[in-house]
Design a protein around this ligand. Structure first.
Ligand SMILES: *[C@@H]1O[C@H](CO)[C@@H](O)[C@H](O)[C@H]1NC(C)=O
Ligand SMILES: *[C@@H]1O[C@H](CO)[C@@H](O)[C@H](O)[C@H]1NC(C)=O
Ligand SMILES: *[C@@H]1O[C@H](CO)[C@@H](O)[C@H](O)[C@H]1NC(C)=O
Length: 375
């Protein structure tokens, strides 16, 4: 089986619809389609930052709706997603409200929401202040995105090249160059490589043990960052992976009757983060003018999970959507599930993604710890 999958990081080849047929069938049962609404973007509130734009790559943590435009089952542009968003719009954000990229842009005083590059009628102002290319289900390992037919990191870089052209047309070459070199690039991915591809399917385990898979994935990450630098990015914030073993769905699958955190998955996350941050340090030193910052999210999210009450949360082991044990994306919808009344009491919105309030707390912490490097 594993012979099908190239063990290199490049893009291209198989654009398979879905390799996990039983999972597809299961998901189809939950599939409901709803009308797309347009996000009403809010006026930027302040200035003060040197950063003209926030440009985002990665997975569902920072996908504001790119997957709405892709033929994939990894979508959430239907209620109860967006329950606490402006006008309750289900934009395609994998959350009840705003996501980390939105909080980062507003912390920098740039704008309130970072729009999806796909499916949005982007104005010149949108282009000048940044967009997101992130795609729910993506990972550094290209197989991760292919397993669920979403954008690989290389696909996202291709869209970025297209974006640069558009930017040049609206802003002129000089200003476009400045925007590209001064912007903050935010990358959040890696969780799905571990949780979905490595632990969730047999394909990579057949060819790699855990340390060598992490090596391979970090190699893919390194290629991505070199290419991003080559395309003009300088200030790059790279968010590491969270404690994957404590995410509600993983507790349900592997945590036993009491749904404990899964130690092996957390160890994998720690190992991955350690390798990734070492490699990023190396790149930061070898690429002239680069300012690559590794951002630890493992420690602060684990603290939210272990001490929810200290932050005003009441629940950190289940999601707000449905039973909270397994519902995510298509399984978290208004037909099959009831949703908790007040998501702000939950660390997790669905069985995989934090709530808007948890994201807000985490991003505030990021700015306290790394703010001087991001401005
Ligand atoms: C913009 O950047 C490109 C590629 O780095 C360079 O060739 C070009 O001279 C720059 N143009 C201006 C006006 O700075
Ligand atoms: C991972 O890569 C490093 C060098 O980059 C190598 O020294 C190490 O043996 C590799 N580990 C595994 C488990 O493949
Ligand atoms: C990255 O390198 C720059 C020099 O280009 C340096 O000023 C900065 O402190 C380094 N950042 C990190 C996080 O190591």
């Amino acid at each position: 089986m594993q012979g099908q999958f190239p063990t290199h990081c490049g893009s291209g080849m198989m654009d398979c619809k879905c390799l996990m047929k039983p999972t597809c069938t299961l998901f189809y049962l939950f599939l409901i389609s709803l009308e797309l609404f347009k996000v009403q973007s809010l006026a930027p509130n302040k200035t003060a930052s040197n950063v003209p734009a926030v440009i985002v790559f990665g997975d569902s943590i920072v996908d504001p709706g790119n997957n709405n435009e892709i033929e994939t089952l990894i979508k959430c542009n239907f209620p109860p997603y967006g329950k606490d968003f402006t006008k309750r719009i289900a934009t395609g954000r994998f959350c009840n409200g705003k996501i980390p990229s939105d909080f980062i842009a507003s912390q920098l005083g740039i704008k309130e929401l970072v729009p999806a590059y796909l499916g949005t009628k982007l104005t010149a102002q949108d282009l000048l202040t940044g967009v997101s290319f992130a795609s729910g289900g993506a990972g550094y390992d290209p197989l991760t995105a292919r397993l669920v037919s979403v954008l690989t990191m290389n696909d996202q870089l291709d869209l970025f090249k297209e974006y640069k052209e558009k930017l040049r047309k609206v802003a002129g070459e000089g200003k476009a160059n400045t925007t590209i070199s001064k912007s903050l690039y935010v990358v959040v991915t890696g969780t799905d490589d571990l949780a979905n591809t490595y632990f969730g399917t047999p394909f990579r385990r057949a060819e790699f043990n855990l340390p060598s898979y992490i090596n391979f994935t970090v190699d893919c990450a390194s290629s991505f960052y070199k290419e991003l630098y080559h395309l003009g990015a300088r200030k790059i914030a790279v968010v590491g992976v969270p404690p994957v073993g404590c995410v509600p769905s993983q507790r349900t699958i592997e945590g036993g009757l009491e749904r404990h955190c899964v130690p092996l998955y957390n160890q994998a996350a720690v190992m991955f983060n350690s390798k990734l941050s070492t490699e990023l340090d190396r790149l930061n030193k070898t690429l002239p003018g680069a300012q690559i910052v590794y951002i630890d999210i493992y420690t602060p999210l684990l603290d939210l999970i272990k001490r929810p009450f200290a932050y005003g949360f009441e629940e950190s082991t289940k999601g707000c959507c449905g039973t909270g044990y397994f519902e995510v994306t298509l399984a978290c919808n208004s037909l099959t599930t009831s949703t908790c009344e007040d998501a702000s009491k939950f660390v997790f919105w669905d069985s995989y993604h934090p709530t808007e309030r948890a994201y807000n707390i985490l991003i505030r912490g990021v700015f306290q710890r790394y703010g001087s490097l991001l401005n």
